[in-house]
Design a protein around this ligand. Sequence first.
Ligand SMILES: *[C@@H]1O[C@H](CO)[C@@H](O)[C@H](O)[C@H]1NC(C)=O
Ligand SMILES: *[C@@H]1O[C@H](CO)[C@@H](O)[C@H](O)[C@H]1NC(C)=O
Ligand SMILES: *[C@@H]1O[C@H](CO)[C@@H](O)[C@H](O)[C@H]1NC(C)=O
Ligand SMILES: *[C@@H]1O[C@H](CO)[C@@H](O)[C@H](O)[C@H]1NC(C)=O
Ligand SMILES: *[C@@H]1O[C@H](CO)[C@@H](O)[C@H](O)[C@H]1NC(C)=O
Ligand SMILES: *[C@@H]1O[C@H](CO)[C@@H](O)[C@H](O)[C@H]1NC(C)=O
Ligand SMILES: *[C@@H]1O[C@H](CO)[C@@H](O)[C@H](O)[C@H]1NC(C)=O
Ligand SMILES: *[C@@H]1O[C@H](CO)[C@@H](O)[C@H](O)[C@H]1NC(C)=O
Ligand SMILES: *[C@@H]1O[C@H](CO)[C@@H](O)[C@H](O)[C@H]1NC(C)=O
Ligand SMILES: *[C@@H]1O[C@H](CO)[C@@H](O)[C@H](O)[C@H]1NC(C)=O
Length: 401
Amino acid sequence: MSFIKYAVPALVAAQTAMAASCGSTDSTITIASQTDLDTYATCTTLKGDVEISSSASGDLTLSGVTSITGSLSCTGASNVTSLTASALSSIGSAFTLDGLTTLTTLSFTNLSSVGSISWTALPELQSLDFTKGVSEAGDVLITNTGLTSLDGISLTTVGKFDITENTNLKTVNVNELTNATGLINFAGNMDSLQIILPNLGTGTNMTFRNVSGVSIPSLETLSGQLGFWGNTFGNFSAANLTTTGDLVFDDNTDLSNISMPVLKTVNGGFQIARNDKLKEITFPDLEEVTGAIDFSGDFDSVSLSALTEVKGGFNMQSTGNFSCSAFKTLRENNVIRGTYTCKANTTDPTTKDGSSGTGTSTSTSSTSSSTSSDSASVMNVASMPALGLAAVLGALLQYAL
Ligand SMILES: *[C@@H]1O[C@H](CO)[C@@H](O)[C@H](O)[C@H]1NC(C)=O
Ligand SMILES: *[C@@H]1O[C@H](CO)[C@@H](O)[C@H](O)[C@H]1NC(C)=O
Ligand SMILES: *[C@@H]1O[C@H](CO)[C@@H](O)[C@H](O)[C@H]1NC(C)=O
Ligand SMILES: *[C@@H]1O[C@H](CO)[C@@H](O)[C@H](O)[C@H]1NC(C)=O
Ligand SMILES: *[C@@H]1O[C@H](CO)[C@@H](O)[C@H](O)[C@H]1NC(C)=O
Ligand SMILES: *[C@@H]1O[C@H](CO)[C@@H](O)[C@H](O)[C@H]1NC(C)=O
Ligand SMILES: *[C@@H]1O[C@H](CO)[C@@H](O)[C@H](O)[C@H]1NC(C)=O
Ligand SMILES: *[C@@H]1O[C@H](CO)[C@@H](O)[C@H](O)[C@H]1NC(C)=O
Ligand SMILES: *[C@@H]1O[C@H](CO)[C@@H](O)[C@H](O)[C@H]1NC(C)=O
Ligand SMILES: *[C@@H]1O[C@H](CO)[C@@H](O)[C@H](O)[C@H]1NC(C)=O
């Protein structure tokens, strides 16, 4: 009995001492319950990392604290239903939430700066209560959540921005984003997802799968790839884009109009394939393609009237009635350097790696051997490895969960 009389005050004293320290750099504060959180209510800054253990449950509230110098993480706490930190304005490093399968509320109304975000497997989380909005973050990865929008993620700049498998995600509008320094990738979200990045001017790589709208009216230059696979939009426009790396439009079933009126340079390969509704292809300012041009499909006209240099090969095949004569001339004038193939009116158009150039044809394409040997040599010339890598990467991301 007397032991308890001593032990309880001693425990309180220990907790007070811990709270007074408010953590320390390179150490981890472990939180298992609301009681643990309450011991830090007098701290304005928590030093080091904060980890909420998987056994935590219910509604957790961190009061008073305005910054965490390290990370804030919670993995596998399937019984945590809400996380609230109304004063918190910055998290120095990663904000990681993984497998909080019953989390419905994430309320960080004062949060504006985060080292990085990694949120995965939060199926019940439908919205963010981020009144102030996160304007600064490095990489942002959001996968397999119930989010319907990313309102509250109001970045001005971002590293990697990787948004996949959020099957309720209807709109993403990041109005403030002007510059992206890493991959922007969207795949496997809600089919009707509309992505609006009104002020994005520069980026590196951008890849889009399974979306129904992409609006990037201010985009001027990309140092890496711009790729579209399996999307459902009818029109695509990048009105101000002048320069990009590899450019790919593959298997976008409803796409009937690509408008890139000032595109001058493709620093890589340029592929258009299996977009069955695309009948006219026009890139009026396109001068230079440093990789190969590889267009296949059902188109009836192709106009590349400013073209002065194609360093890689050239493969153009369509079921449609377009004319190869302009390209034949470009080949003769050595504007097109690599292997040259041009076929109009062909029943079985193929890409330069020999796969079917049209989407609907489930044709067991008996390849003409002459074409495939041609295209094999083109593959070495151009930047197909880069395209292939991106495709593999996308597939991995898409099936990561
Ligand atoms: C969640 O609560 C249930 C029921 O109390 C319990 O069986 C389970 O172990 C808890 N999960 C975790 C991760 O603590
Ligand atoms: C929000 O964070 C700032 C520090 O950036 C702090 O001064 C302010 O008190 C916080 N607001 C609230 C409502 O806690
Ligand atoms: C984009 O951000 C990077 C890194 O902060 C910077 O180096 C680059 O100059 C920025 N680009 C533009 C156009 O602002
Ligand atoms: C596109 O570029 C033009 C000329 O540089 C500029 O005036 C216009 O504001 C840009 N449009 C958008 C939507 O950024
Ligand atoms: C998503 O796009 C990919 C192409 O990258 C396609 O293979 C897949 O079938 C699409 N998924 C859905 C659900 O449309
Ligand atoms: C493309 O845009 C034009 C003009 O904005 C519109 O009339 C047309 O319906 C759109 N086509 C598709 C397939 O969405
Ligand atoms: C394609 O879209 C552009 C820009 O939206 C438009 O000016 C052009 O008329 C469209 N072309 C066709 C064939 O619909
Ligand atoms: C194919 O194109 C040629 C030249 O543009 C034209 O004379 C001819 O009528 C077209 N044929 C068909 C079937 O559209
Ligand atoms: C394509 O076939 C049509 C009809 O058979 C023919 O009129 C046209 O000249 C052909 N076009 C080309 C470019 O070979
Ligand atoms: C962009 O994608 C290419 C492959 O297409 C890859 O080699 C490169 O590392 C990527 N760059 C960034 C910044 O993600």
